[in-house]
Write a protein that binds this ligand. Sequence first.
Ligand SMILES: *Cc1c(COP(=O)(O)O)cnc(C)c1O
Length: 429
Amino acid sequence: MNIENSRIEFHRALKSIPGGVNSPVRAFKSVGCDPLIIAKGKGSTIEDIDGNRYTDFVSSWGPLIIGHAHDDILAAINEAAAKGTSFGAPTLYETLMAERIIAMIPSIEKVRMVNSGTEATMSAIRLARGFTNRELIVKFAGNYHGHGDSFLIKAGSGAITLGLPDSPGVTKGVAADTLIAEYNNLASVEKLFAEKKNQIAAIIVEPVAGNMGVVLPEEGFLQGLRAICTREGALLIFDEVITGFRLAAGGAQEFYGVYPDLTTLGKIIGGGLPVGAYGGRKEIMDYLAPIGPVYQAGTLSGNPLAMAAGLAMLNFLSTTPGFYAKLEQKADFVEKGIRANLKKTGVPAVLNRVGSMMTLFFTENKQVTSYAEAMKSDSERYANYFRLSLESGIYLAPSQYECMFISYAHTEHDLQKLVDANLEALKQL
Ligand SMILES: *Cc1c(COP(=O)(O)O)cnc(C)c1O
């Protein structure tokens, strides 16, 4: 595989962009090689600037559930662009988008559009704090909610006990307002509520954890969070930036039948353009300016190009017969293939999957149900696996602690290629 142009261009980028990338995970740091510079993509395939082609299982980290450069989405963007790219005034697109989201996501009665998942979660906790008149939030170790200050507090023993931020630049004051609980551990949540009676505004949770690798909620976990919030007068926020429109048309809340007070959305909702959204019960959402006291705004929020792309995406998902059943079939095929390969080769690993998101953890453990178990994975082994897969033309997430996404654009041939490459890589580990 010749990747000379990628190498040259990455080293050029290093001179003008910190680390050569505009988001740290793109740097391939944990897999020990330079990132590929991507020239284009169509359907399930991407091509780098050296002309190498790969079957893509990163899917832009989630958004591209129907593949790259989908015709419907391109047509919608072109049509919108010809009419003007931004007005800073209401457009019909925004109302159509809001109505479509409300029709798809069961617990959302009103919704506000923003420009990224990070903005959605930051705004949602401000709203929760304003609405409840309480200051603390609970988040789970290993869950990711974007790069807002309040969320950069996750794990690491000392950091938790001292309430110290994980990242320099986050003040002690902000860090102290975020309490950390353990995923799939209701007792850890109960303990915080007992210690901080009437002070906790909200629990924010990834209903399926996707940012420590895929970790499924155990039976009763989400139901338990719902019950605690209702009992304690706190809001339950589902961060569905990954799971929204992926696990079902109505997201994880529809899939598991547990309904939050607020939901944050991103990734798929933008059809590949930068979009986020947050929504929920009317009386909470009406606490936002201009009709309520909690301020949140955005010059480009509800941007017509982004709305057009997102609407085309949501239209496709909600009008294609059997969309989620077909996606499930594709993902199930991959799961069965990888499980058979693991059996054949005897490589110790755990495969976690729900719907079209999955992670292969290289671990001696029998299961991965918590952050602590996820962290026991052999990330060196994953790095080898990643590089071997790349040489077979399979583009995976450059980290053990991310999801592999199956998209609707993946053909039987693509999926068989993935399973075959998986076997070859496992044999060489
Ligand atoms: C990606 C992600 C975010 C942040 O979204 P950005 O658009 O990258 O700001 C928030 N929450 C979850 C669960 C995510 O996976």
